[in-house]
Design a protein around this ligand. Structure first.
Ligand SMILES: Nc1nc2c(c(=O)[nH]1)N[C@H]1C(S)=C(S)[C@@H](COP(=O)(O)OP(=O)(O)OC[C@H]3O[C@@H](n4cnc5c(=O)[nH]c(N)nc54)[C@H](O)[C@@H]3O)O[C@H]1N2
Ligand SMILES: Nc1nc2c(c(=O)[nH]1)N[C@H]1C(S)=C(S)[C@@H](COP(=O)(O)OP(=O)(O)OC[C@H]3O[C@@H](n4cnc5c(=O)[nH]c(N)nc54)[C@H](O)[C@@H]3O)O[C@H]1N2
Ligand code: SF4
Ligand SMILES: [Mo]
Length: 894
């Protein structure tokens, strides 16, 4: 690989070109250098620090060039086995983010009226005192549940530190704007049905795709995911490399994304209709008997009998072998009778895969039969009509997937963002499993090993759920109805919103928000502003002020990724994100929560006091006084090194690749039983008839620490399709007024609402594009490059038209956006062009996890006069944001 030397002008040129080329090609990338040149570049004056990016969740390896304590250059670390030395524009913007002139430098206290955006500097001591006092007062007057904490989605430096703080404070109410609409539907479903990880490329799962030289993948389906945009240097790059090696791809996306443009088949689906298509794929595979019969007979619960009335699997009533699953009943075609099937398999039986039978006077069907009946209405024709697709193209895609095997389907976040969320994740698990794309070379469903250093998504903080009392746990807003949220112990955003607005079942009063800009992340943001107005006290912790900050009472300065330490795991290697510098009075948020817990403990909060007691906390760890103290615990227990020693040694392989990359894990014999270990589900089989969802809805098991009252309806054990509440199909009054379906998807230049203040990136993409098909554009009087109004039932905002054939004609697309340059205006930057003024926060929700509608609701588009006032559009406008490097400072001591 030849090293690319880029100056600023080249950078812009190359990103602009790749940006345009991205419409036809691979992801937006720059920087590739060999291991040797990294060493050669180090001089006496310039130190190269190996660290990891955190401008998104992908954690790519980085070489930070540091001169006189200042970061002067960033480039990819070729040792990182998931990015092969690549970085994307967001990561490379790290220096501009670090030295941004508008960073939060010190804690600040509001001086003017709320929303006036006037502040005075205070000390950390004062800030912690004020916050702790407010929290304690609210607890005294209204109960601990009056505290709401919120965090961001992917890209969090430490996800669980917020859960942990809430547990310590005894409040069940934290949420994030992703969660029920991001990833949780997939992690939950994977846990319930498979017991292994999901197949999200954007979340750095789907690890089979990174082994380029030895890949056995033949067909990769990207369903509602656009890795070239959502992980350009990681999974997006890997997918590009796989395609170059002959891997065939199918993309299911309303838009012609870079990955769609390069796909063998692109299905421009109508947003929100995915489950209908999944059921059609399943029906086709079942009808044509394309499935892997041996695998589904032996390793799924599809042949097991289900009692139609109770919806539960029929059990043999025999005591389970210790370490083994219960025994389930099958219909034996040899004896024409129901027989117990001892785990894992009994060669003397010939279980029926399909059929309806009577067992002890009760009507029973096999799981397969029930799935088949569920799919019955979804012919290719029906799917084509429902999803706005071509039936022949659908068939072509199914055939490629089913006949050019092995491979698999990677499901992205698109389907997490409408009420069919969990059903979609179920649908994909069914499709991957039916084809036997499980734990074999080339399959996406895999359980490779983990180092144990950074056990959950590189988040090391134990959530310490045991700290929260049973009484408080049960007050978590929205989780009796949507118990799937308990996998992450989160509350439902809309339940919190409604509780603030109506006081039912009680009124949250104090809010600590520790991510970027909630006004750009939550559905129907204007309604959240009404809720903000009702809060007694608001704290915002972030790296720089955002629209949300304008409504806060205290601002706390958070570290940028170049100022933080954290272990990072990547395939069979571990890396160290290392603080390359430290500026002003910023604090790692992982430390902030422990400092706040300490203040509350000092003010007499018994539960917070307990959180510091090593004996009580045990494996959940007592709170820490420094990041080093916390990090040492992990590196010492995992590799017997202090953090410092670890950081010096990293990166290294914690396990040889061939041991880490273990296939057919389910077949491995369990020494305790002498039988194959199977899958970590109650039946040890893949539960395509997902009885676990019924149990979850009725009791909260296995995620609730206590039995909970049942949800109002049973969750469905099979995927089902629900037409979007705002449907364009039904010719309703609403559809007449709002004829287009809105959707969103990641921009490669920004991470959610972050980086909108980066000159390099805003030069590339200054305002959100409204993608619209030429037919629709003509119909609604909109031309390419026009300013447009986009309006839903809930609100109205602006965008800039991108008239393109690369979108389904009935669909429009726009991403979330806010404008730091108008922070001081009345809009505080979130009302000019923000698609979340339009999105839908209310019911129907997904039954299992409470998902609302971010994608797939109705809008109309019309021509506008011009851009909103104050928005910067030209490259020179962004000059005031050019970096202002400053000297390193010592860590804050409080
Ligand atoms: N309409 C619409 N709305 C959406 C989505 C959509 O596609 N369409 N996507 C949803 C999804 S999937 C998600 S995950 C959410 C995202 O919503 P949020 O995560 O709330 O988004 P942000 O406002 O960007 O702010 C949080 C970001 O701060 C960043 N951050 C980085 N470093 C630090 C740090 O050191 N400290 C702190 N405190 N923060 C740090 C993280 O990248 C984190 O993601 O938005 C959701 N909202
Ligand atoms: N650059 C960048 N990278 C990111 C993030 C970021 O904000 N910026 N956020 C991170 C986070 S938190 C997440 S969750 C991931 C998400 O990453 P991905 O899972 O890749 O998801 P998106 O790019 O949001 O959406 C994927 C595609 O879904 C399409 N789509 C929209 N509606 C539908 C639909 O109804 N059905 C189908 N099949 N497709 C639809 C969109 O056009 C889009 O191209 O990205 C992560 N990486
Ligand atoms: S994909 Fe880009 S932003 Fe994400 S970790 Fe890699 S370099 Fe950083
Ligand atoms: Mo997300």
């Amino acid at each position: 690989m030849k090293r690319l030397m880029l100056n600023r002008r080249d950078f812009l040129k190359s990103t602009a070109i790749t940006g345009a080329a991205a419409a036809f090609g691979g992801p937006l990338l720059v920087t590739a250098l060999s291991k040797d040149s990294a060493k050669a570049a180090e001089t006496a004056a310039t130190k190269i620090v190996k660290t990891n990016c955190r401008a998104c969740i992908a954690n790519c390896g980085v070489l930070a060039h540091v001169k006189d304590g200042r970061v002067i250059k960033l480039e990819g670390n070729p040792e990182y086995p998931m990015s092969y030395g690549k970085m994307c524009a967001k990561g490379l913007a790290g220096i501009q983010a670090l030295y941004h002139p508008n960073r939060n430098k010190h804690p600040m206290l509001r001086v003017g009226a709320r929303g006036e955006n006037k502040w005075k500097r205070i000390s950390w001591d004062e800030a912690l005192d004020i916050i702790a006092k407010q929290l304690m007062e609210a607890r005294e007057k209204y109960g601990a549940e009056s505290l709401v904490c919120s965090t961001g989605g992917g890209g969090n430096p430490e996800f669980w530190s917020i859960t942990r703080f809430c547990s310590a404070f005894d409040s069940p109410n934290w949420f994030e704007p992703g969660c029920a609409q991001c990833y949780l539907p997939r992690t939950l479903t994977a846990a319930v049905m498979y017991g292994g990880p999901d197949t999200s490329i954007a979340d750095s799962n789907c690890l089979e795709i990174y082994d380029l030289e030895e890949t056995t993948i033949k067909t990769l389906v990207m369903w509602g995911t656009a890795p070239a945009n959502s992980c350009p240097a990681g999974g997006g790059n890997a997918v590009n490399e796989l395609r170059a090696r002959g891997v065939r791809t199918v993309v299911i996306d309303p838009r012609l994304t870079p990955d769609a443009a390069k796909a063998d088949i692109w299905l421009p689906i109508r947003p929100g209709s995915d489950v209908a298509l999944m059921l059609a794929w399943t029906r086709y595979i079942m009808e044509k008997k394309l499935y892997d019969l041996d695998f589904i007979m032996k390793w799924t619960n599809l042949p097991y009998l289900v009692n139609v009335k109770t919806k539960m699997l029929v059990r043999a009533g025999e005591a389970a072998v210790p370490g083994g699953p219960e025994t389930f009943m099958v219909w034996d075609t040899k004896t024409n009778s129901a027989q117990p099937l001892a785990y894992p398999w009994n060669d003397s039986l010939m279980p029926a895969l399909e059929g309806t039978y009577t067992v002890n006077g009760e009507e029973c069907k096999t799981g397969f039969q029930l799935l088949k009946e569920r799919c019955e209405p979804f012919t290719l024709q029906k799917a084509a009509e429902t999803c706005w697709l071509d039936a022949d193209k659908i068939e072509e895609a199914i055939k490629l997937y089913a006949l050019n095997s092995p491979g698999g389907i990677s499901l992205g976040v698109a389907t997490d963002q409408n009420p069919n969320s969990v059903q979609a994740a179920m649908g994909i698990t069914v499709l991957n499993t039916l084809m036997g794309n499980v734990e074999k070379p080339g399959a996406l469903m895999q359980r490779f090993k983990s180092s144990g250093i950074a056990p959950i998504f590189t988040y090391i903080v134990p959530p310490a759920i045991k700290l929260i009392s049973e009484e408080q746990f049960k007050k978590r807003l929205g989780t009796i109805e949507h118990k799937g949220l308990l996998q992450w112990t989160a509350a439902q955003p809309t339940a919190i919103l409604e509780a603030i607005l109506t006081g039912k079942p009680y009124k949250p009063r104090v809010w600590i928000e520790r991510s970027g800009n909630k006004m750009g992340a939550v559905a129907n943001a204007a309604k959240w502003k009404d809720a903000i107005d009702q809060m007694d006290f608001i704290v915002h912790m972030f790296m720089y002020p955002t629209s949300f900050s304008a409504y806060a009472d205290i601002l706390i300065p958070a570290t940028e990724w170049l100022e933080t330490n954290m272990p990072v795991e990547s395939l069979n290697m571990v890396f160290a994100r290392q603080a390359v510098t430290h500026l002003w009075e910023t604090m790692d948020e992982t430390l902030f929560w422990s400092k706040l817990a300490k203040r509350c403990a000092d003010l007499g909060h018994e539960n917070c006091q307990r959180a510091f007691d090593p004996e009580f906390m045990g494996g959940d760890l007592p709170y820490w006084n420094s990041m080093e103290e916390l990090l040492n615990i992990f590196t010492t227990s995992a590799v017997n090194m202090t953090w410092q020693e670890f950081a010096e040694k990293a990166p290294f392989e914690y396990m040889p690749k061939q041991d880490w990359k273990e296939y057919h894990v389910y077949q491995k014999l369990d020494p305790a039983t002498g039988k194959p270990g199977g899958f970590p589900t109650p039946s040890k089989k893949i539960e395509l008839y997902a009885e676990g969802f019924i149990t979850l809805g009725r009791t909260g098991a296995p995620f609730a620490p206590y039995p909970l009252p049942p949800a109002s309806v049973d969750y469905d054990p099979l995927p089902y399709y629900m037409e979007p509440a705002e449907s364009p199909l039904q010719g309703s009054e609403l559809a007449k007024e709002f004829p287009l379906v809105m959707t969103n998807g990641r921009l490669p230049y920004f991470h959610h609402n972050t980086l909108k203040n980066i000159p390099w990136l805003r030069e590339i993409y200054p305002v959100p594009e409204l993608w619209i098909h030429p037919e629709a554009a003509e119909k609604y009087g909109v031309g390419h490059g026009d300013w447009v109004w986009v309006e839903s039932k809930r609100g109205k905002t602006k965008g800039k038209a991108n008239v393109t054939e690369g979108i389904n004609p009935g669909v429009v697309y726009m991403e979330r956006f806010w404008f730091p340059e108008t922070l001081d205006s009345e809009t505080h930057g979130w009302q000019e062009m923000n698609v979340n003024l339009l999105s839908k926060e209310d019911a129907p929700f997904n039954d299992v996890v409470g998902t609302y509608t971010l994608r797939g609701y109705l809008v109309k588009v019309s021509k506008a006069d011009g851009p909103p006032p104050g928005v910067w559009l030209k490259p020179e406008d962004f000059k005031p944001w050019l970096p202002q490097p400053s000297e390193p400072t010592k860590d804050v001591e409080v």
